[in-house]
Design a binder for this molecule. Structure first.
Ligand code: SF4
Length: 406
């Protein structure tokens, strides 16, 4: 598959093979993930090389692309290992390597690795000059800094259009309080470095004031009546900008969240799939759909030109959602078995309750659970726990999601 085949491309995250499959089923054109080392996810969310091969093969079989993150800022003695992994991933069929460090670009080229290079958002590219410089170094795509306004992106696109350089924009997900990843708070407070994929997210913590001679006495900090989560950005959600960004020639739209759940990935990918395909969905309905997954409130970040107090969630630091993912459809029955489909429970499901259904082709409807619930072994129950399998009369496609609206 060529670099130019999808325009624009919807790029989704995956921290596991399961999430990769869900992202693809729900309409991602490409999936990005880390493999073994060097991907800014030090503690979880990296594929083994075996799983990376399975992921690449699955994506290719389904007409989609595999983009592999190698966007750590390495120390001098780590380049050999990174180049070795990059060489293996290249041979395995990776469609692009996502890199932030300029030295690594040189090393990959020096090693003769031909897989296209995408510049990570961690490189904080904010100008046409930098985009064109990366092209000179051999990159095919730049994921622009999340700290740019729409007008600045438009200018970069105009200045670089003739070059053929691809531009990618992050359109959804958590953002950093600092310039993406250029932050030492985690390192100072916990010894875990953001640019090594170890961030403990202290920007989400609540802070108090302590006077030196009164240890243990914590004075609350109130910037205003709403509270003290001073650095807690809301999540980015650029659903209103998809059409304008398409119109100026952005080549790819990326979703953040390799650590997020399959329910999150499916729901967010599904919404942006529809928007990229040109479906008109009101902002109110987009927000309603996005309220189903965990979020800190939504913001358009720097896109509008400036950050305002409304772009922070100062009253709370945790995420919440209006829906609980309770089950997914694992197989479809037939007339002989007299089963419509089989639901695998992900959470407690009650007999007779009404649930919302989301299918991989983006249809949303309501379904009533049978009463009593019938498990696949024939037992009848008033509720089913996770993990169990329930027979349903309705024919729902595999990978449909059942969720309880709360
Ligand atoms: S502490 Fe917050 S702002 Fe800093 S790198 Fe981590 S997520 Fe980003």
């Amino acid at each position: 598959m060529t670099e130019q085949q999808f325009k624009p491309e919807l790029v989704a995250p995956a921290g596991t093979l399961e999430k990769l499959i869900w992202a693809a089923r729900y309409g991602a054109d490409a999936v990005y993930f880390g493999a073994e080392f060097g991907s800014l996810r030090a503690y979880a969310g990296n594929f083994s090389l075996d799983d990376a091969q399975k992921g690449i093969d699955f994506l290719h079989k389904n007409g989609k692309r595999a983009l592999i993150t190698l966007n750590i800022y390495p120390f001098s003695d780590e380049y050999d290992k990174l180049v070795e992994i990059a060489g293996k991933l290249s041979e395995m069929g990776a469609d692009a390597l996502i890199v932030a460090d300029i030295g690594l670009i040189f090393e990959l080229k020096k090693a003769g690795i031909k897989t296209p290079i995408h510049i990570s958002t961690q490189a904080n590219t904010t100008s046409s000059q930098s985009v064109l410089a990366y092209q000179q170094l051999g990159a095919a795509r730049v994921n622009l800094a999340r700290e740019l306004s729409f007008e600045q992106i438009k200018k970069i696109r105009e200045d670089t259009l003739k070059s053929g350089m691809q531009l990618e924009v992050f359109v959804h997900g958590a953002v950093c309080f600092s310039y993406s990843g250029r932050c030492a708070i985690s390192d100072y407070l916990t010894g875990r470095k953001a640019n090594r994929g170890e961030c403990t997210h202290p920007c989400r913590w609540g802070y108090s004031l302590v006077e030196e001679s009164r240890p243990g006495q914590y004075f609350p900090v109130f910037e205003d009546e709403r509270g003290q989560y001073l650095f807690n950005d809301k999540d980015l959600a650029l659903f209103e900008y998809i059409e304008p960004l398409k119109n100026i020639g952005v080549n790819a739209f990326k979703i953040e969240g390799r650590m997020k759940s399959v329910h999150y990935i499916a729901s967010v990918v599904s919404l942006y799939r529809q928007l990229i395909d040109g479906k008109k969905i009101s902002s109110e309905d987009c927000l309603k759909l996005l309220s189903r997954v965990k979020n800190r409130g939504y913001s358009t970040g720097f896109m509008k030109g400036e950050i305002t107090p409304e772009d922070y969630s100062r009253e709370k630091s945790d995420t919440s959602s209006e829906a609980v993912f309770v089950g997914d459809i694992v197989s479809v029955g037939d007339e002989e078995t007299e089963i419509g489909c089989i639901c695998h429970t992900r959470n407690k499901i009650f007999a007779g309750e009404k649930l919302e259904v989301m299918t991989p082709n983006c249809e949303i409807s309501e379904i009533a659970m049978p009463s009593p619930l019938k498990l696949i072994d024939g037992t009848e129950v008033q509720f089913a726990n996770n993990p169990q399998k329930i027979k349903l009369e309705q024919k729902l496609p595999p990978y449909s999601i059942l969720r309880r609206i709360v």
